[in-house]
Design a protein around this ligand. Structure first.
Ligand SMILES: [Zn+2]
Length: 301
């Protein structure tokens, strides 16, 4: 039984020993940056020119109130999959209201909401403050990443979405598809954005599950990674799979089992690694064996 379990771990162990003994440091592949964990808020802005290069239109694959509804490819695929799962259970439609928005659109939107409040009688300062609560300044909107989507039962965004069949299903199930409720009502201090039951953000798996388990919004997740350097997560679907999520600002740092790399827009990279628990134990043993001299790293002749 033990031998059967150990067998799949032998190859990674040999690879690790070779790596420890022979390999020079090259760092991780920054060109593989998928931006999925990018943090965007008033303190972490995007350039006016930032635009995803993998936008997909989902308007013909899921109900939408617009003729065109663009998301970055991984978010688009996951969204369609999530809505298909919802539609298999319920008849009431979930409509997408807003997906990718470029910088110029966000600028027009912000100024129009500001003007509207001023015309309704609010002073400039009050109107500006109230607009900031619900509408991001250009460069601070997650919609510019192509990873955020606003949803509704009709054409309007409403706090009542939380009480609808659609809103309840999404809140319970979004995590399994890599989405998170970005602006939680209990996290307005952390996000500095009012409660928005309609705004979902794609971060990918296993990050959505890690954030749900720890009750973290993206600000808290990234700040924990920065402080601790690493977060571990046992895969709920596979006993032997251990996710280790690292944060680093050193692009020459080496990681084993890298699944994805994302810049965080906060000075570093988040490296998602996946390992077998058994091979992790053997890896720790091998490192220990090298450190005490039981195994000798090869030196240059
Ligand atoms: Zn939104």
């Amino acid at each position: 039984m033990l031998c059967k379990k150990l067998r799949p771990a032998i190859l990674p162990l040999l690879v690790l020993l070779l790596t420890l003994c022979c390999a020079p440091a090259y760092g991780f592949d920054t060109a593989a940056d998928d931006h999925l964990l990018i943090l965007v808020n008033s303190a972490h802005r995007l350039d006016a020119a930032y635009q995803p290069d993998n936008l997909q239109d989902i308007a013909d694959r899921a109900p939408s109130k617009k003729g065109s509804m663009k998301l970055a490819a991984p978010a688009a695929e996951a969204y369609v999959q999530m809505i298909d799962a919802y539609r298999a259970e319920h008849r009431q439609a979930v409509y997408s209201i807003s997906g990718y928005r470029d910088y110029a659109y966000q600028k027009r939107l912000f100024l129009s909401k500001l003007n509207h409040r001023q015309q309704a009688g609010q002073s400039y300062n009050t109107a500006y403050r109230n607009t900031l609560l619900y509408t991001a300044q250009p460069g601070t909107s997650e919609h510019q990443t192509g990873l955020a989507i606003d949803l509704s039962t009709n054409a309007a965004l409403s706090n009542n979405f939380r009480n609808t069949v659609q809103g309840k299903w999404l809140l319970a199930n979004c995590w399994d598809y890599g989405f998170v409720l970005r602006y939680d009502e209990n996290k307005t201090r952390e996000t500095a954005i009012a409660y928005e039951p309609w705004h979902y953000r794609y971060v990918g798996l296993p990050h959505s599950l890690i954030m749900r388990e720890n009750d973290w919004v993206l600000e808290e997740y990234i700040s924990t990674l920065q402080q601790q350097g690493m977060v571990e997560f046992a895969d709920p679907a596979d006993d032997d799979v251990l996710w280790q999520i690292y944060w680093t600002d050193d692009t020459l740092q080496e990681f084993d089992g890298v699944q994805s790399v994302s810049s965080d827009n906060a000075g570093g990279y988040i490296i998602t690694t996946k390992t077998s628990r058994i091979s992790s134990i053997l890896t720790a043993w091998a490192r220990e064996a090298v450190s005490v001299g039981f195994l000798q790293p090869r030196t240059a002749a």
